[in-house]
Design a protein around this ligand. Sequence first.
Ligand SMILES: [Zn+2]
Ligand SMILES: [Zn+2]
Length: 204
Amino acid sequence: MIIPVCLFLAAVFSISRTGLGASDKISIAVQPLGPVDADALDAVKNGILSAYRVRVEVRTPLPLPRPAYYDKAKRYRAEKLLDFLESLDGCDKIIGLTSADISTTKGSIPDWGIFGLGTMGGRACVVSTFRLGRGNVPRGHFLARLVKVANHELGHTFGLDHCPVKGCLMEDAKGTIRTVDGESGAPCAGCRKKIKGIIIEGPR
Ligand SMILES: [Zn+2]
Ligand SMILES: [Zn+2]
């Protein structure tokens, strides 16, 4: 008799997570991992709110998880950071922010430094400020890059794949900051259509 009750509860839980909250109730936690500048956290929060119909909560910083550190390259493995972020609850989606360098495996390159990584249709993404030119470009330019990368990675968690349209937020940066600079900061019409109800409508 216990099994049917559990199944019922599981079904209700599933509806409340994916159905009722899908339009404007999705909650996003911004999770600093290690020290992150206050203005960068503000920019990411406001940038998310200007793009997506969601709630955003900036959380207290947590130390970078030691198991994600890759000694050989002296940087953090992004997918291990995603595992850690996935283990944190109390939100629908979570975006980790760090000033440390992060990397992943890209094709035949075992450890490739990246701006960010997000799980397609998943719950977690992570963004690093390490390759965004802090101190080398005006602060506003740096923050604009950060917001674009954050909204791009969140876009992956909303199920958006890379997009061939030049200037689209979901364009594959291919490790080049120039691609990020060339992006408008907004998804193209095709990408917007795929996340209707989540993306904020109107000219951008
Ligand atoms: Zn991407
Ligand atoms: Zn697009």
